[in-house]
Design a protein around this ligand. Structure first.
Ligand SMILES: NC(=O)c1ccc[n+]([C@@H]2O[C@H](COP(=O)([O-])OP(=O)(O)OC[C@H]3O[C@@H](n4cnc5c(N)ncnc54)[C@H](O)[C@@H]3O)[C@@H](O)[C@H]2O)c1
Ligand SMILES: [Zn+2]
Length: 357
């Protein structure tokens, strides 16, 4: 169970959960129509399986397929989806089902939050990143030509169905990128989980489904704990941004075409550990263990020509846009983190210099 924005919703995590989609929705919603949104890759892998379980429970399902990739997360596609929702004859109780990675979830979620002032959103995340991060927490958005996720809102799903078996078809690079967010939870929030990750990282990298199921469940619990605690303790949620300050700057400095999000976050976490070490926020043995785990998953080499100056530029822009200090999440021990500003640009440049050309 996850509580967000005053709503409680279930997150079902189970090998084979995909085949229970029709009955799970039948129990939840008094409607006969649904719109299944996916991208063409995920649809060709799992679309038929999901359609079959929905039809077995007498759902009348329309489908909508996006081109795979970030470039699909646009207002134009949102508009096309509204057309599909009208054509499908959705009513207020008719779910929009997002079957896919974070792109499908964010776009379909945005449309679900606004169509008829909100229709039920069912998330069936299929990338590891979407399973452990974007499908839980309730953030939905589309991109603006001048910035990622500029148009969005908070709209919790009615149900999240996570089938760890679907990760078997993920390209290795996508799996590794998803593992970045998994490891993040161990570092910032849960020492026991971190120890378990140290012991099981090879199995996770090899795609072992039992280990992945455990890692996904623990990650979802961690995210739920942080999001729920944030309702009482302002800004606690920001610890979820561990690795993201520099990660986002790396993505932006390379025009979102070199790093996958998780790869940039991985490098960002490594840099944040270095900052914490220099500021004596964390002791060396703990920092070294974190770095060793990050290295096991693999920190992507930066592209030639990416300088610390270019990354600092992006950090500066970010700071200006938010009209705030540059906020970093720094690990203080294994399993805990604190939030604070780091505004010494020369210091940041030196740290980045350790990682860049
Ligand atoms: N809402 C949030 O809180 C939140 C959090 C993190 C990221 N995001 C957003 O999520 C997006 C990134 O998500 P993503 O990494 O899932 O990207 P994605 O949706 O583009 O998926 C990555 C690729 O993997 C493919 N894929 C997905 N599942 C598969 C499977 N089971 N087998 C084979 N291929 C599969 C997709 O077709 C795609 O080509 C970004 O737009 C980001 O802004 C949102
Ligand atoms: Zn992230």
């Amino acid at each position: 169970m996850v509580k967000a924005a005053g709503l409680t919703y279930r997150v079902l995590i189970e090998a084979g959960a995909l085949s229970g989609t029709g009955s799970a929705l039948r129990l939840l919603l008094p409607s006969s129509r649904a719109l299944l949104v996916s991208d063409s890759i995920v649809h060709s892998l799992y679309g038929e399986q999901v359609l079959k379980t929905l039809k077995a429970e007498k759902w009348q399902v329309s489908t909508y397929r996006l081109q795979p990739g970030e470039q699909s997360k646009t207002l134009l596609n949102a508009s096309n989806l509204y057309d599909a929702a009208v054509d499908a004859g959705l009513d207020r109780n008719s779910p929009i089902i997002a079957l896919g990675g974070g792109v499908v979830g964010d776009l379909a979620g945005f449309v679900a939050s606004t169509y008829l002032r909100g229709v039920p959103l069912i998330m069936i995340p299929t990338s590891l990143l979407a399973q452990v991060d974007s499908s839980v927490g309730g953030k939905v958005a589309v991109n603006h030509p001048r910035g990622k996720n500029l148009i969005g809102t908070i709209y919790p799903p009615r149900l999240v169905i996570i089938d760890p078996l679907v990760t078997a078809s993920l390209p290795a690079r996508q799996l590794q990128a998803g593992l970045a967010e998994v490891i993040k939870y161990g570092i910032i929030e849960n020492e026991k989980f971190f120890l378990w990750l140290e012991d099981n990282i090879d199995y996770l990298l090899a795609g072992d489904s039992t280990c992945l199921t455990g890692a996904i469940a623990e990650s979802v619990r961690a995210k739920a704990r942080v999001v729920e605690a944030d309702e009482y303790e302002n800004d606690y949620r920001r610890i979820l941004n561990f690795g993201h300050t520099i990660g986002h700057a790396l993505e932006a400095a390379t025009s979102y075409s070199y790093y996958l999000h998780g790869e940039a976050v991985m490098a960002g976490m490594a840099a944040a550990v270095e900052i914490a070490l220099h500021q004596k926020k964390i002791d060396r043995p703990a920092a070294e263990r974190i770095t060793a785990l990050l290295n096991k998953v693999g920190i992507k080499k930066p592209p030639a020509g990416l300088t610390a100056e270019k990354v600092i530029d992006k950090l500066r822009q970010d700071k200006k846009r938010r009209e705030s200090d540059l906020i970093f999440v720094l690990p203080t021990a294994i399993g805990s983190a604190s939030i604070g500003p780091v505004n010494d640009e020369q210091f940041l440049k030196n740290i980045l210099g350790l990682f860049l050309s």
